[in-house]
Design a protein around this ligand. Structure first.
Ligand SMILES: CC(=O)SCCNC(=O)CCNC(=O)[C@H](O)C(C)(C)COP(=O)(O)OP(=O)(O)OC[C@H]1O[C@@H](n2cnc3c(N)ncnc32)[C@H](O)[C@@H]1OP(=O)(O)O
Length: 461
């Protein structure tokens, strides 16, 4: 299972996301102890299924849970060492399952989900608390009986109970989550570059590149991500084990021996780092580079690393995925046609609290319009007056019935797509996904919602 939304450890990571404390509870973060959603528990109980939280301190219970998760994604079962690595993550996440008392493998849940609070970067170089959801699996023996629906609706209500205005996820298939009100909000660009044809425009980067130990890479690159993420709408806070995984340090990583790691310094300061593998292409006696991850705090350092990878001897191709659709590299290639770029949806957002979500980000200038949101699940339905000042500070209030401000109508999934400003309101209006009371409504919303930085997320979670 090669997808990156698999969980890994997050030891030493401070809790984030602004989850408020619930009264009368211990020091344990609320998201770990809040009881499972009663509505979903009731629905599942009607079918004889038990929906409950997993105590990740219980090693054998965790081993059974992760086996179910891995089987759900058609991956191999982990050994004890790998379980210890991933269990470090579960200690700070909400780990939930559905058990069928009739199962032969009675300890293994027939469905899994894992969720935790994150800091989601939003336009204006700031963040908002969001509820990240991962490890959604339903056993093939129990599929298409509404179990995933119960889990997802339960997660959304749980996020609301925790006071989080948004839920977020990265997806295995783009057809699953729209029905729960999620919309694709960031676009990922996957690059395949013919490095011999690409060439280079302008000066060579003048920073210094060095190979570094993989252990150092994991630490340095994680720190670069944390330093840079707030300025990039769509990014979320990472966790150290995820970066150890990029470095090939997950126990039992069969490709670990081939992982190379570099750092790039400008003015004596490390401003970019990359992990990559060089793969031999057996048929062609050539090599290609697979970029495993690239972090940077400046565009020039990022270009410096990419230039280094494009200039490796014996290498004819560089593959890099999850780049921004606005990757500056294109404008330094002498032959832009040497790069094949494939774009697709990556991070999906579900707005749960419209006023708090909108007020958490900056708009791109002053505007005033009414916003009407429809939501099949009824979690975010409403009509509001949305105002922003010249600095982009947003205020959301009640829309009085007699207010004559232009009105934009949208369903909640489309609002999720608009939220980070990565797609124009005019585009979604042209697509029939949103509509204004008049052309002005669409134009005002378009002007203020757009982000100057293309939203993107540099990894799977
Ligand atoms: C954030 C993440 O973790 S992404 C990872 C998602 N998980 C996977 O891809 C692992 C493999 N797949 C699975 O485990 C399961 O098939 C799941 C979790 C995707 C769906 O579980 P199920 O319990 O079968 O779904 P459930 O019966 O609740 O179906 C709910 C709705 O989703 C639809 N649906 C379910 N799976 C899919 C799918 N793969 N593609 C499109 N639609 C789907 C159903 O048709 C149903 O539609 P409706 O409500 O409009 O009638």
């Amino acid at each position: 299972m090669a997808r990156g939304y698999r969980q890994t450890g997050r030891e030493g990571r401070p809790e984030s996301g602004g989850v408020p404390r619930l009264e009368g509870m211990s020091d344990t973060p609320d998201h770990l102890v809040l009881p499972v959603d009663a509505v979903s528990a009731g629905r599942l109980a009607e079918r004889g299924l038990h929906y409950r939280l997993l105590d990740t301190a219980d090693e054998s219970a965790y081993a059974a849970w992760i086996r179910a998760d891995e089987r759900g994604f058609h991956g191999p079962a982990s050994n004890d060492e790998q379980n210890a690595f991933s269990r470090a993550a579960m200690g700070s996440r909400r780990t939930t399952g559905v058990w069928d008392p009739q199962s032969v493998l009675i300890a293994e849940p027939v469905a899994t989900v894992n969720s935790w609070p994150v800091e989601l970067s939003v336009p204006g170089e700031t963040t908002v608390g969001a509820w990240a959801i991962s490890s959604v699996t339903v056993s093939p023996t129990h599929r298409r009986r509404g179990i995933a629906r119960s889990l997802l609706e339960g997660e959304l209500r749980t996020a609301q109970r925790l006071g989080l205005p948004i839920a977020s996820l990265t997806v295995s298939e783009a057809t699953i989550y729209g029905r729960y009100g999620f919309g694709p909000a960031t676009t990922a660009a996957d690059w395949r570059i013919d490095s011999r044809a690409a060439g280079w425009l302008g000066d060579e980067p003048d920073g210094r590149i060095d190979f570094i130990p993989v252990e150092d890479y994991a630490r340095i690159a994680f720190a670069l991500h944390e330093a840079a993420r707030t300025a990039r709408p769509g990014e979320v806070d990472g966790w150290p084990e995820r970066w150890r995984q990029f470095a090939g340090l997950r126990p039992g990583d069969g490709d670990a021996a081939g992982v190379r790691t570099v750092q790039y310094r400008e003015d004596g300061e490390v401003r970019a780092a990359a992990a990559f593998r060089v793969v031999e292409e057996p048929q062609r006696e050539e090599h290609s580079v697979r970029v495993l991850h690239l972090d940077s705090t400046t565009p020039s350092a990022r270009l410096g690393v990419l230039r280094f990878l494009l200039s490796l001897d014996l290498v004819t191709r560089v593959d890099a995925s999850l780049l921004s659709v606005d990757e500056p590299l294109r404008w330094r290639l002498a032959d832009q046609r040497a790069a094949e770029v494939t774009v697709r949806d990556h991070e999906w957002l579900r707005i749960l609290d419209v006023p708090r979500a909108l007020e958490a980000r900056r708009f791109s200038g002053a505007g005033r319009f009414r916003l009407d949101v429809s939501d099949d699940l009824g979690l975010a339905t409403g009509r509001w007056l949305v105002e922003s000042d010249a600095d982009g500070v947003v205020r959301v209030g009640d829309a009085g019935h007699d207010d004559d401000a232009p009105l934009l109508r949208t369903d909640v999934a489309t609002l999720g797509s608009l939220y980070l400003g990565g797609v124009a309101v005019t585009t979604l209006a042209d697509a029939g996904r949103t509509a204004g009371s008049d052309a002005e409504a669409v134009l005002i919303a378009d002007r203020v919602l757009r982000s100057t930085v293309a939203p993107f997320l540099s990894f799977w979670y």
